[in-house]
Design a protein. Structure first.
Ligand SMILES: NC(=O)c1ccc[n+]([C@@H]2O[C@H](COP(=O)([O-])OP(=O)(O)OC[C@H]3O[C@@H](n4cnc5c(N)ncnc54)[C@H](O)[C@@H]3O)[C@@H](O)[C@H]2O)c1
Length: 396
């Protein structure tokens, strides 16, 4: 099959297995070039391990610290007629590269919110690893079925308390438009917290702890985004922000539990990057196009792998973790610099449909977006025939 990108809104419905493999290979090369993470983790569970920040976490642990990794994700494999999801191909590639270096990797494909997948994970840890010393929680999902009540919650990306009108880019038409988002009602807020808040993280840690598969000194982290004034209406002060504030609440309990055996739990703040999750958030494509412009101009541009490798080395396993007053680990310092935010704000006022490509790095945004699906990767022959059916070695 010859596979070309087919973009529909904030999704690309096709994916390229060879491009995804090259993408994973480049992230591994980055980590190897940076060198080992001293005192890094050795047995790591990554929940949401197939794309974005979770994949970068798995790569940093395995290739930065030589860790055995168990990855949980929810992906579709390809068939003769239809490519699989990017996360499927990324994981197949990760396994291949890890195996080639004798690094243990196993993966479980299924709904991480369910009790069944938690039980299966515990059984795999017991059988192969004994215990884990790091649990990375990196799920991003639009829905969650509650494991105890069976209720299905859908998340929304809306402001709270007021309607918000903000300029954004229509990514299909490549035009600048005003987007109005209507304030969420109480149910929408609660449902978003149920999906993206900390309850499931807590359930995971409770289940792992009860099963005795958390090593003494085990750590866990869940990822969050804070942003600055420009995105607050939609993000931090909106429904997704309410869910992220729930992580900040829940982490206290989780930390107390792990502290009993010398461990720790932290929410880690990462910068805005292009992922399948972030491209679905209104305003984010324009914010990212402007942020890339500002950060590339001063040489501080970073993607998932740079962020997570830095988080592991400096904060999760560093001697002097970068922490804020709330006790969160911070890797978003470069994005939050006042001069970067001011530059983004200025460009936001100036951008029009006509000057979109000159004022912003929308071209860079689009490239990053297509790369998520295995396209736009240098050295990949997109006219060549590829087999969409790719096995993941060592699936549980
Ligand atoms: N993208 C950003 O700009 C950004 C910035 C800061 C923090 N974060 C946070 O990082 C975390 C990861 O987000 P991302 O942007 O890397 O998203 P992503 O969409 O790239 O990754 C989501 C992962 O979750 C998995 N997943 C989704 N639903 C699942 C389910 N039911 N069961 C099992 N696995 C499931 C997917 O397979 C994938 O591995 C989120 O908490 C997000 O809020 C993202």
């Amino acid at each position: 099959m010859i596979i070309k990108p087919r973009v529909r809104g904030f999704m690309c419905v096709t994916t390229h297995p060879v491009g995804c493999e090259a993408n994973v290979g480049q992230q591994i090369d980055y980590v190897k070039a940076q060198g080992p993470i001293p005192n890094g983790p050795k047995r790591v569970l990554v929940i949401g391990a197939s794309t974005g920040y979770g994949l970068a976490s798995r790569i940093s642990a395995a290739f930065g610290a030589g860790a055995s990794t168990l990855g949980i994700f929810f992906e579709k494999e390809g068939t003769e007629k239809k490519p699989g999801t990017a996360g499927w191909y990324n994981s197949a590639a990760f396994h291949k590269f890890a195996e080639a270096e004798g690094i243990y990797a196993k993966s479980i494909n299924g709904d991480a919110f369910s009790d069944a997948i938690k039980e299966k994970t515990i059984a795999e840890i017991k059988a192969d690893l004994g215990q884990v010393d790091l649990v990375v929680y990196s799920l991003a999902s639009p829905r969650r079925q509650h494991p105890k009540t069976g209720e299905v919650f859908n998340s929304t990306l809306k402001p709270i308390g007021k309607d918000v009108t903000q300029r954004g880019v229509n990514t299909d038409k490549e035009t600048i438009e005003n987007f109005t988002l209507v304030a969420a009602n109480e149910d929408e807020i609660n449902n978003t917290v149920a999906v993206m808040g900390g309850e499931d993280w807590q359930m995971w840690i409770d289940a792992l702890d009860e099963a005795g598969v958390l090593a003494d000194g085990a750590k866990t982290t869940a990822y969050t985004y804070l942003g600055d004034k420009l995105t607050w209406d939609i993000y931090w002060h909106g429904t997704i922000g309410a869910a992220k504030k729930d992580l900040d609440k829940r982490v206290i309990n989780i930390r107390e539990k792990l502290a009993r055996t010398g461990g720790d739990a932290r929410v880690s703040v990462l910068k805005a990057v292009v992922t399948q999750a972030s491209s679905a958030i209104p305003v984010m494509p324009l914010y990212l196009a402007l942020l890339f412009k500002a950060m590339k101009a001063d040489g501080s541009h970073e993607g998932c792998i740079e962020q997570v490798y830095g988080l592991f080395k400096n904060s999760l396993y560093g001697d002097a973790p970068i922490k804020d007053e709330e006790g969160r680990l911070r890797a978003d310092g470069l994005e939050m610099r006042p001069e970067i935010q001011a530059a983004v704000a200025q460009m936001w006022d100036d951008v029009t449909t006509e000057n979109l490509l000159a004022t912003t790095d929308f071209a860079g945004y689009k490239r990053e977006f297509l790369r998520l699906f295995g396209f736009e990767i240098d050295g990949v022959d997109y006219d060549a025939d590829v087999d969409p059916v790719v096995e993941i070695n060592n699936m549980a």
